[in-house]
Design a protein around this ligand. Structure first.
Ligand code: GMT
Length: 393
């Protein structure tokens, strides 16, 4: 809806999340990655609550079902011209955001990942002035710790965050990093990522499990975008040490630049047949549901959404003690943490869990309980609604 800036008309027209449905434009990276998953799940939950959700992105987000009521999708196509080396996506996105905001009377834009989404949103909002179009930015991690920290991007990252009407971060660690690394001084609300515990749960799919574990041996799993920051080669090294002591299988779910190196390491270690590269998968809950342990030895992780998804499936987590991971996984309770690169430490932790079915089950039970009570979807979605309400004034 159109909300004038000032005056009595503004007060009459001003809409808040409390008054009923809000029309929200959500922009995210549509491909494999935690930020897109969080944006998509949030959009679906908000739509369930009756809000009108317009996804604006260069492709349909991976887990989005446009058949769901109150969900709409608008594709951004960056026009190319022989003069352009690369099509200007940031501008195309800004134009589409402004167009959708006008046509569908959006109340606000919610950008997941600062670069370039919040910059495009700033342009869209400026183009539509004096009509008010607040922008909320949710910071996910690498937009601050890697991309944003890059000297050439730092000023524009800081600018787009400072110019947003509301800013949230997915962990306390990320909130602090935004202050320390980017130099942002404005208020940032921490709203933790969440998981749908109905969808993510342990599964007794004996057919699927039997394919990888014919003798009932434990199944370890790693799920990521196989970027260097995820250290998938470490996963293979850790698994090799586990396999040296007990029979086990490893599922490698996802794809990305480090997959080739990880596959070569599997061959060097003679682990073919024990390690299964499954590529990008929809419905990762089915893979987590049959697994016994998640390995997440990342260099950095502002939250580690997949750790939370594993916990919801009663799968203990062995991960690096980095970034926001300790805010999700409690060492010794629902998993174990070690320093990034400590392959011996992580292999030892994995063996301690896998050699004792009682410990494994108890850690899994605690993980699910924590996922349900501290990281449930309902509380997070309510927190986002309250955030929107404040931004809408
Ligand atoms: O991990 C990435 O390569 C990118 C990024 C994304 O867009 O998925 O992940 C970040 O956002 C996730 C969702 O909030 C977090 O769970 C991840 O920890 C975070 N990745 C890093 O901080 C490396």
């Amino acid at each position: 809806m159109w909300v004038p800036r000032d005056g009595a008309a503004a007060a009459r027209n001003r809409r808040t999340a409390e008054d009923g449905d809000v029309k929200i434009g959500i922009t995210c990276y549509p491909t494999y990655g935690g930020s897109g998953i969080v944006a998509t799940e949030l959009g679906r939950e908000l739509a369930d609550r009756g809000h009108e959700i317009h996804f604006i992105s260069n492709a349909l987000p991976m887990r989005l079902d446009v058949a769901q009521p109150h969900i709409h999708f608008h594709e951004v196509e960056a026009a190319s011209y022989p003069l352009f080396d690369q099509a200007p996506y940031t501008l195309a996105l800004a134009v589409k955001m402004a167009e959708v905001a006008e046509l569908h009377r959006l109340d606000l834009l919610h950008c997941h990942y600062a670069i370039p989404h919040s910059v495009s949103a700033f342009l869209a909002k400026s183009m539509l002035a004096p009509r008010r179009l607040p922008v909320v930015t949710t910071l996910h991690g690498t937009d601050i710790t890697l991309v944003g920290a890059e000297r050439s991007y730092l000023p524009v990252t800081r600018f787009s965050i400072e110019q947003s009407d509301g800013v949230t971060a997915v962990s306390r660690h990320l909130k602090d990093a935004t202050r320390d690394v980017i130099g942002v001084r404005r208020e940032i609300e921490v709203i933790y990522n969440f998981v749908n515990c109905e969808k993510y749960r342990a599964s007794a799919n004996s057919g699927l499990r039997g394919r990888f574990s014919p003798g009932g041996e434990p199944i370890l799993i790693h799920i990521s975008n196989f970027r260097p920051v995820k250290r998938p080669v470490d996963v293979v090294e850790i698994f090799a040490k586990v396999r040296a002591e007990i029979p086990a299988a490893l599922l490698m779910v996802g794809d990305g630049p480090e997959r080739g190196r990880a596959e070569r390491r599997v061959r060097d270690k003679g682990l073919e047949g024990r390690v299964h590269f499954l590529g990008k998968q929809d419905g990762i809950e089915q893979w987590l549901g049959i697994s016994d342990l998640l390995l997440l030895p990342s260099e950095m992780e502002s939250f580690g959404l997949v750790a939370l998804e594993a916990m919801a499936c009663e799968v203990p987590v062995v991960a690096s003690r980095v970034g926001g991971v300790p805010e999700v996984v409690a060492d010794g309770e629902d998993g174990h943490l070690a320093e990034a690169g400590d392959i011996d430490g992580m292999a030892g932790a994995a063996l301690r869990i896998l050699k004792s079915p009682g410990v494994r089950a108890e850690m899994g039970r605690r993980g699910r309980e924590k996922a349900r009570t501290r990281f449930g979807a309902a509380a997070a979605v309510t927190a986002y609604e309250a955030h929107y309400r404040r931004v809408l004034g």
